[in-house]
Design a protein around this ligand. Structure first.
Ligand code: UD1
Length: 426
């Protein structure tokens, strides 16, 4: 019999205490991709132990890198051994971010064969903008048999204007540009802290980059990149999720190791919802309900520094308990409301029309069996389960394990009654 992990959670009690943020998944993945271009060994510390990182490590092995990962000490060493250019469907289908290897392999080897990622639970998520930009840099690109086949002698610097802000698109082009011939400017580039951190790493490798964190990044190509040593920044999405544990359950939570500077939009919205947030000089954050109730808010997701789409589902869980009617507009992904049906099973009152969700706050949620559909949806269901009276079973937690390091253990340490169980599937 095939089984899958699920979480049994007993909710309805205030959760208080201290919890620590892990390293950022969305930084670790592009940093690993960047190491494909190094001619020397690289060291990455603060690496979170996540399923997506495992997938990337597997992919790095296939691409001819030697990776040793000391999970206990969160330290990884990556060294080039026998560089190869083919990223197979079996791995890319597990994780869309695998497409981040396209720019680096093409720049380093002059050819790349990378599986197309295909659709996913939160929408179509094409890579047309990545491909168009690489073509503008002189790559010959064909899509054949589900694979992107790309070739070039040496990529050439040029002026790229993205039609739409894309995080991994910006990262892919950035990495391709650092080994290109001449200067590349990337306009309408993503300003996410993970992009900024990737630029820091590339600079450690010898790249010449200016303007990260602004809409225009300029890259002057170099001939070769050396190894680097880098400590991954804290995961801002995990930090935001953990911060809601206090207010959603009526407890008081202290989140350590995060970077409040990356959370401006989230903190602003939470404060608007009546959540008290204290920030300490060392970056620790504490959150609790300021009054008896959570207040309704309106919120729209935008590229950074706007409110992150990756926190939308978790905010919705919180607002499902607000006193009054809230509205959330999802501007980034067209189909990212799959948690709504599951939150409704717990008693939430939410209606969706196109990209807008109207959340009529209810007095309480009730425990129920629910199913996670994607990474952030699963986090919202866990938050709701913590607040809900009685027992919930959140199934398909492999989604959660992709991007939240040992969330069940972190919750257990906060005194939550939580257990990982096996459920039959099929
Ligand atoms: C990254 C994050 C993900 C986050 C998302 C938005 C990583 C590994 N993942 O995903 O957690 O939810 O940013 O903040 O960092 N688009 C196109 N064509 C393209 C590329 C994107 O139309 O070629 C569209 C997408 O469909 C979406 C929007 O652009 O509507 C933004 O997507 P993008 O920023 O590219 O998301 P990812 O980089 O895949």
């Amino acid at each position: 019999m095939t089984t899958a992990d699920a979480l049994r959670i007993k909710g309805g009690e205030p959760v208080s205490g201290t919890v620590r943020v892990s390293g950022a998944k969305n930084s670790t993945l592009p940093i690993l991709a960047a190491s494909l271009m190094a001619t020397e060994p690289c060291e990455i510390t603060g690496v979170p132990n996540l399923r997506d990182v495992e997938t990337m490590v597997e992919l790095m092995g296939i691409l001819g890198m030697r990776v040793s990962w000391d999970k206990k000490n969160r330290r990884m060493e990556v060294a080039p051994e026998n560089p190869r250019h083919e990223a197979p469907y079996s791995l890319v289908k597990k994780m869309r971010a695998s497409v981040l290897v396209l720019g680096p392999i093409l720049a380093r080897l002059g050819k790349a064969k990378v599986s197309m990622p295909g659709g996913c639970a939160i929408g179509v998520r094409p890579i047309n903008l990545h491909l168009k930009a690489l073509q503008q840099m002189g790559a010959r690109i064909e899509v054949e048999g589900g694979y992107v086949l790309a070739e070039c002698s040496r990529l050439k610097g040029t002026n790229i204007v993205f039609d739409k802000v894309t995080v991994t698109g910006t990262e892919n082009v950035l990495m391709a540009a650092v080994l290109a011939d001449g200067v590349t400017t990337i306009e309408n580039s993503a300003r996410e802290p993970e992009v900024t951190e990737l630029c820091q790493v590339l600079r450690k490798m010898g790249a010449q980059i200016e303007g990260e964190g602004t809409p225009t990044i300029t890259v002057k190509g170099v001939d070769e990149l050396r190894g680097f040593s880098h400590h991954v920044m804290p995961d801002r999405i995990e930090a935001a999720t953990l911060l809601m544990i206090g207010p959603i359950t009526g407890g008081r939570i202290r989140v350590e190791g995060g970077n409040p500077g990356h959370l401006d939009a989230v903190l602003l919205k939470l404060r608007e919802a009546g959540i008290e947030i204290e920030i300490y000089p060392d970056g620790a954050m504490e959150a609790w309900r300021g009054g008896d109730s959570i207040l309704p808010v309106e919120c729209s997701t935008w590229p950074y520094p706007g409110f992150p789409t990756d926190v939308q589902a978790q905010l919705m869980a919180l607002l499902s308990l607000a006193k009054g009617t809230s509205m959330i507009t999802e501007n980034i992904f067209e189909d990212r409301f799959q948690h709504v049906a599951e939150l409704s099973r717990m008693g939430a009152n939410i209606t969706v029309s196109d990209r807008k969700a109207v959340i009529q706050g209810v007095d309480h949620l009730t425990g129920a069996p629910v199913m996670a559909s994607d990474l952030r949806a699963s986090a919202s269901l866990v938050l709701a389960a913590l607040a809900a009276k009685g027992e919930s079973i959140v199934s398909r937690v492999y989604h959660l394990d992709r991007g939240y390091e040992q969330l069940d253990k972190k919750l257990a340490a906060l005194g939550v009654e939580i257990e990982r169980i096996k459920q039959p599937v099929g």
